[in-house]
Design a protein around this ligand. Structure first.
Ligand code: 8YV
Length: 318
């Protein structure tokens, strides 16, 4: 049987490219395509499947320009806030994502940010790379001890739960806010706080684990002000959840001790004021960036495309 024609609109790891070529008649982009580039490639190659990415921002206005031969858009990410899923479905196109496989890596990176923010990772490293050679007194360069602190988790899905498990290993008390309370066996010993506003004053460290999009700007000036003085803020979810002016003000005034950030309102050209702040630990949206996880995310997208083009239900419908 002839292989299905697909467009892979992103540069992918070698193992994913190899599988795409083996199992499909795959057109692989040499650089990440943007929205227009992806639509043009799908049309030019008569593709039935699109392996998409965050630069392909398909809005409702783009739907009429998608050709009828396109049956499935597979996102190798958990988040799908870069596209209008309802509009694509209304156009008769199946949309899938890649949950589960990036849970542990995202929680690991959130913890890396948490520890570096609490323990001044950026400043210590900068001192070493500048050659050190200067004594620091007993009262100098002191961080915040994570163990014994209360961590507030906003969004207790798979990643939030994985974060709670890690926090317990570090001797932290964990609170969480979620649309619904979880079944006790999923709570990881964390305490449910029904109101987001009530969670904030109790969270010495706050970490976001909810999808972007619908939640809007959750962390505004009022929300940051409700955190206790000296709190630490961690974001591996989405930059759209945060009013960055308010965050910078809270970090500059000393209301927040520090922040650890992997995601920004604008990416990759993030607000460079963050880079000037010593009390921020920054990473370039890399929570899922390990070989194991990126391979698994790519394979999931290919598995979803294969299922749909074989006339079967998708494995991860959105
Ligand atoms: C990135 C992510 O999208 O899965 C998500 O929602 O934010 C990340 O994994 C990454 O660029 C992978 O495509």
């Amino acid at each position: 049987m002839a292989k299905h024609r697909i467009v892979v609109a992103r540069r992918v790891p070698p193992a994913v490219a190899e599988r795409a070529r083996r199992e499909f008649d795959a057109v692989l982009a040499e650089a990440d395509l943007d929205t227009e580039g992806a639509i043009a490639a799908v049309a030019a190659h008569g593709a039935a499947g699109l392996f998409s990415g965050p630069r392909v921002r398909l809005t409702a206005a783009h739907m009429p320009s998608l050709p009828d031969h396109l049956k499935v858009i597979a996102n190798p990410s958990a988040g799908v806030d870069h596209m209008d899923v309802a509009a694509a479905k209304a156009r008769g196109i199946v949309v899938t994502n890649a949950p589960d496989v990036l849970t542990d890596c995202t929680a690991d990176l959130a913890f890396l940010l948490l520890l570096n923010a609490c323990r001044r990772g950026h400043e210590y490293e900068a001192i070493m790379r500048a050659g050190w050679r200067k004594g620091f007194g007993m009262a100098d360069l002191l961080g915040v001890r994570p163990s014994g602190k209360t961590l507030g988790i906003v969004g207790m899905g798979r990643i939030g739960q994985a974060m709670a498990r890690r926090a317990r290993g570090f001797g932290m008390r964990v609170l969480y806010h979620n649309r619904r309370r979880l079944a006790p066996e999923l709570e990881q010993g964390a305490e449910y706080v029904e109101s987001f506003r009530d969670l904030l004053p109790r969270s010495e460290i706050l970490s976001l684990h909810l999808p972007g999009g619908e939640a809007g700007t959750l962390m505004d000036a009022e929300a940051f002000a409700l955190l206790p003085k000296g709190a630490v803020f961690v974001n591996t979810a989405r930059g759209s959840l945060v009013d960055e002016d308010a965050l910078i003000a809270a970090l500059t005034s000393g209301h927040l001790f520090a922040a650890g950030l992997d995601v920004f309102r604008k990416e990759p050209d993030f607000d460079l004021r963050f880079a000037e702040l010593p009390n921020v630990f920054l990473t370039p949206h890399v929570a899922s960036a390990t070989t194991e996880t990126r391979d698994a995310m790519g394979f999931k997208a290919l598995d979803n495309i294969a299922a749909v083009l074989a006339g079967k239900p998708p494995l991860d419908p959105v």
